[in-house]
Ligand binder design. Structure first.
Ligand code: NOJ
Ligand code: CA
Length: 569
C-alpha cells in the first residue's frame, strides 16, 4: 500500500453553516443554482490531430480517427475537445501555418468528415473547439501569395512590409521566437516582411480593417458549422509598434545563441485587447467561448485578458502553472493568486509545446503517484481545466535522440540545446499492439517502448491505474456540486509539503489534500473556522487503499499521496 490515511478521534457536532458567497460569479441564488455556461468547470481535452488516431493507415492521425474514439472520450468524462489546427497547411509548423481557414486539410479528411465528427460529438454532449491561428497565415495562403506579388497588390497591406534599414539590414532588431531574425527579405518586391514565428508564417496586419473582417468571418463560418468556440493561438503577438522601435537587448544568450531580448515593441501591445473585444462581440452572436493562449508573467497580466467587464476572453489559459516546480508552496501561492483574480480560472498542466507533465514532474520512483496527485489537484480547483491527450495514461516525453530524427524545425535549428517539440507529440497509446494501436502504417513520430504497458487498454483493466484515477476524479467533477460551485478555501497555508483546501458550497464541502513531497506526511485539520468543528470525512477518491471513513483530525499520506473526501457526513 503506497498511501495510507487514518482519522484520529474526536466527536463533535456537525454545525451547518452557510458557505462564503461565490466570488463575483453570481452562480447561486436562494432558489438554487443559476444556469451557468457549459464552459464553467468544463474539462477541455486537447487533441493533436496528427497523433491521436489514424483511420487510414498513412501514419498520420485524422478526423475520422477522432470520431472513432469519441466513446472513449465520453467515458473518460471530458466536456469538450480542442483540436489543434486541422485546416489546409503546408505543415511547416504542423498546421499552425494555415493556407485556407475554411476547409480541412486532406490529410485529416474533408468538411463532411468534420460535420460527422461534430454531429457525433454533439450526440455525446462533447463540445468542439477549433484552433484559430490569428496572428499569421502560411506563406502559401492566397492572401500572402498575392501580397508578395507586387507593392501594389490588393493584399499587400494585409501583411507587414517594410524597407530594410540599409543594404542587407532588416528594418529593426526584432527577433523571431523560432530563431533568426523576424524579418525576411522578399526578392520580387525587395522589401522585408515580418514574421514572429517561422519565415513561412508571415504576420497578418491587424491594423488593416479588411484583415480583421476576413478573420472574423472565418470564425462565423465555423460557428455555423457547430463549433462551440476557439482556442486563440499566439494572441499577444497580434500587433507591433508601427514605428518599429528596436527591442531592448538583455544580458545573455538564448537557446539559438542570439542575444536575449525583451519583446517590448512587438508583443502585448494595448491594441491586442481592443481586437479581442471585437472578436468577442462576434463570438457572443453565437454564444461561443474564446480560450486564449495567454502566456503571462504574472496574474495581473492574466487578468487583463478577461477584459474590463469580462468583455474579452472567457477562458484565458493560466500557462504560468506549467512553469511551476513541484513544490507545495509554489502551487499553493500561485493557485491562491489565480483564484483571487477577477475572472474564471482556466488551469493548464501541459500542452503540445511543453514537456509532458509525467516527465516534467516524475522523479523516476514515484511517477504514477505524482501523476495521480497532480491530477487530483488541478482537476479539483475552482475553474475550467485543459488537459492534453495521453496525460490520463501517463504518456512520457519521447524525445528524439539524434538531430536526424527531429521533425520540428525549431529542434533542427536549435539542436541540441533546443530539441523541438516532437517528444510531447508522439502517437496516443491505445493498446499494446505494434505502434500502440495508433496506426496500421508507419507512425509519423515513434512510439516509446513503454507503450507496451502504458496504454488505454491495459490501464482500463487495472483498478489502480492512472487512467482509472483520472476517470474517478473527472466523474466527481460532475457529481459533486461543491466541485462545480464551491469556493476555494485554502487550509494549513504554512505547511511546506502538503497543499490542502476545501471546495465549499451550500450543497456540500469537499476536502482535497495533496502531498507534494517524497516523504509521508500527516497534516492536522481543524475546520472550526470553516464551520465544521469536528468534521467527518468520507473518501471519494484517493491514491490509497481503502480505509475507514470517520472523524477528521489528521490525514496520513505516503509520498505524493492525494486524498479527496466529502466533509460533514
Ligand atoms: C503556439 C502554438 O501552440 C505552437 O505550436 C505554434 O508553433 C505557435 N503558436 C505558432 O503558431
Ligand atoms: Ca491518416
Amino acid at each position: 500500500m503506497k498511501t495510507r490515511m487514518s482519522f484520529l478521534a474526536l466527536v463533535v457536532l456537525l454545525t451547518t453553516v452557510s458557505p462564503p458567497a461565490a466570488k463575483g460569479q453570481n452562480e447561486s441564488s436562494a432558489t438554487g443554482p443559476i444556469a451557468r455556461p457549459w464552459w464553467k468547470n468544463a474539462v477541455i481535452y486537447e487533441i493533436y490531430p496528427r497523433s491521436f488516431m489514424d483511420s487510414n493507415g498513412d501514419g498520420i492521425g485524422d478526423l475520422n480517427g477522432i470520431t472513432s474514439k469519441l466513446d472513449y472520450l465520453q467515458a473518460l468524462g471530458i466536456d469538450a475537445i480542442w483540436i489543434t489546427p486541422c485546416f489546409p497547411s503546408p505543415q511547416v509548423d504542423f498546421g499552425y501555418d494555415v493556407s485556407d481557414y475554411v476547409n480541412i486539410d486532406p490529410m485529416y479528411g474533408t468538411l463532411e468528415d468534420f460535420d460527422r465528427l461534430a454531429a457525433e460529438a454533439k450526440k455525446r454532449n462533447i463540445r468542439l473547439i477549433l484552433d484559430f491561428v490569428v496572428n499569421h497565415t502560411s506563406d502559401q495562403h492566397p492572401w500572402f501569395i498575392d501580397s508578395r506579388s507586387s507593392r501594389t497588390a490588393v493584399h499587400r497591406d494585409w501583411y507587414i512590409w517594410r524597407d530594410g534599414k540599409g543594404p542587407d539590414e532588416p528594418p529593426n532588431n526584432w527577433q523571431s521566437t523560432f530563431g533568426l531574425s523576424a524579418w525576411s527579405l522578399d526578392l520580387p518586391t525587395k522589401q522585408y516582411y515580418y514574421h514572429y514565428f517561422y519565415p513561412q508564417q508571415p504576420d497578418l496586419n491587424w491594423r488593416n480593417p479588411a484583415v480583421e473582417k476576413a478573420m472574423f468571418d472565418v470564425t462565423r463560418f465555423w460557428y455555423r458549422r457547430g463549433t462551440a468556440g476557439f482556442r486563440l493561438d499566439a494572441v499577444d503577438s497580434l500587433y507591433e509598434d508601427p514605428n518599429l522601435t528596436d527591442d531592448p537587448v538583455l544580458p545573455g544568450k538564448d537557446k539559438f545563441g542570439r542575444p536575449n531580448m525583451e519583446d517590448k515593441y512587438n508583443k502585448k501591445l494595448p491594441e491586442v485587447h481592443q481586437a479581442l473585444q471585437r472578436l468577442r462581440a462576434v463570438a457572443d452572436e453565437y454564444d461561443a467561448v474564446l480560450i486564449g493562449e495567454t502566456w503571462t508573467s504574472n496574474v495581473a497580466q492574466l487578468e487583463e485578458y478577461y477584459g474590463t467587464n469580462g468583455n474579452e476572453l472567457q477562458l484565458p489559459m493560466d500557462l504560468m502553472l506549467t512553469n511551476l516546480r513541484l513544490s507545495a508552496s509554489e502551487f499553493r501561492d500561485h493557485v491562491k493568486a489565480v483564484d483571487g483574480a477577477k475572472g474564471w480560472p482556466t488551469y493548464v498542466i501541459t500542452n503540445h509545446d511543453i514537456r509532458r507533465s509525467y516527465s516534467r514532474y516524475g522523479d523516476g520512483v514515484h511517477d504514477d503517484d505524482i501523476a495521480k496527485m497532480v491530477a487530483g489537484f488541478y482537476l479539483t480547483l475552482r475553474g475550467s481545466a485543459v488537459m492534453y491527450y495521453g496525460e490520463e495514461i501517463g504518456m512520457e516525453n519521447h524525445d528524439p535522440i539524434t538531430k536526424q530524427e527531429v521533425k520540428d524545425p525549431i529542434g533542427i535549428l536549435g539542436w541540441p540545446a533546443e530539441k523541438g517539440r516532437d517528444g510531447e507529440r508522439t502517437p496516443m497509446q491505445w493498446n499494446s499492439s505494434v505502434n500502440a494501436g495508433f496506426t496500421t502504417g508507419k507512425p509519423w513520430l515513434p512510439v516509446p517502448a513503454s507503450a507496451k504497458t502504458r496504454n488505454v487498454e491495459t490501464e482500463s483493466k487495472n483498478p489502480n491505474s492512472l487512467l482509472r484515477f483520472y476517470k474517478e476524479v473527472l466523474r466527481l467533477r460532475k457529481t459533486e456540486a461543491a466541485l462545480r460551485e464551491g469556493t476555494y478555501v485554502p487550509l494549513n497555508e504554512t505547511d511546506p509539503n502538503v497543499v490542502s483546501y476545501l471546495r465549499q458550497s451550500k450543497d456540500g464541502t469537499i476536502l482535497v489534500v495533496a502531498n507534494f513531497s517524497g516523504q509521508a506526511q500527516s497534516p492536522h485539520f481543524d475546520l472550526t473556522k470553516q464551520g465544521f468543528p469536528g468534521a467527518k470525512v468520507t473518501a471519494l477518491a484517493k491514491n490509497a487503499a481503502p480505509v475507514a471513513d470517520g472523524p477528521l483530525e489528521e490525514v496520513r499520506l505516503e509520498a505524493y499521496g492525494v486524498y479527496i473526501g466529502r466533509v460533514g457526513e
